[in-house]
Design a protein around this ligand. Structure first.
Ligand SMILES: [Zn+2]
Length: 207
């Protein structure tokens, strides 16, 4: 979905990604666990890996739809677990998107991560939201894994989709009322498709 005028950019859910041509665009996968799938993925998607160091996971959490102010400590082991959870969510979401049955191995990874204690929110005396101290990578992953369980078992489980562009592979959940979202972002793959359709139409009328 492209951003609407008047939205505050910093609190609009979603991540800023950069196209092959170097143009930034806004991608809202619709839920926290799918935001993690933009950091790389299993198999051939490993070349897009951005979680190289614990600080990369901290940076992702800061860019994610989680409320601000998280003071996160991440170990090397937790970083490795984050990549494993990310790959598991990626596989499950792709299976969901293509109507395949869910595989046991990635389900085990998600369930194991979800079993741990999650991040804890607090309310401050002035009524503002804050995070409890002691936020760790494991707690972050438990929160992400629980979000994945909510997604894959919830009302939008059959609205998990892969972007309609053949070369994109970004995964999102379509939470729109009409449920007709096809693209990762209208301003990115949506426009590329429009240009292609336009060109194809012109070519066929010319020939
Ligand atoms: Zn796309």
């Amino acid at each position: 979905m492209s951003g609407r005028a008047g939205e505050t950019p910093d609190r609009t859910p979603g991540l800023t990604l950069v196209s092959h041509a170097g143009k930034p665009y806004r991608f809202d996968p619709g839920t926290l666990c799918l935001e993690l799938t933009t950091t790389g993925g299993p198999g051939a998607f490993a070349r897009w890996e951005v979680l190289h160091e614990p600080s990369d996971l901290v940076a992702w959490a800061g860019r994610s739809r989680l409320p601000d102010g998280l003071d996160l400590t991440v170990s090397a082991e937790e970083l490795e677990q984050a990549r494993a959870l990310r790959d598991a969510v990626f596989l499950l979401a792709a299976d969901r998107a293509h109507g395949r049955s869910l595989q046991t191995a990635p389900l085990d990874v998600v369930n194991a991560a979800a079993a741990g204690p999650p991040l804890v929110a607090r309310i401050a005396p002035d009524g503002t939201r804050a995070w409890a101290p002691g936020a760790t990578g494991s707690r972050l992953l438990a929160t992400v894994a629980r979000d994945a369980i909510d997604l894959f078992t919830g009302p939008f489980a059959d609205r998990v989709r892969e972007c309609g562009a053949h070369d994109c592979h970004l995964l999102f959940v379509d939470t729109s009322r009409p449920g007709r979202r096809r693209w990762c972002a209208m301003e990115h793959c949506g426009n590329r498709a429009k240009v292609r359709t336009h060109r194809a139409r012109h070519t066929s009328t010319e020939s």
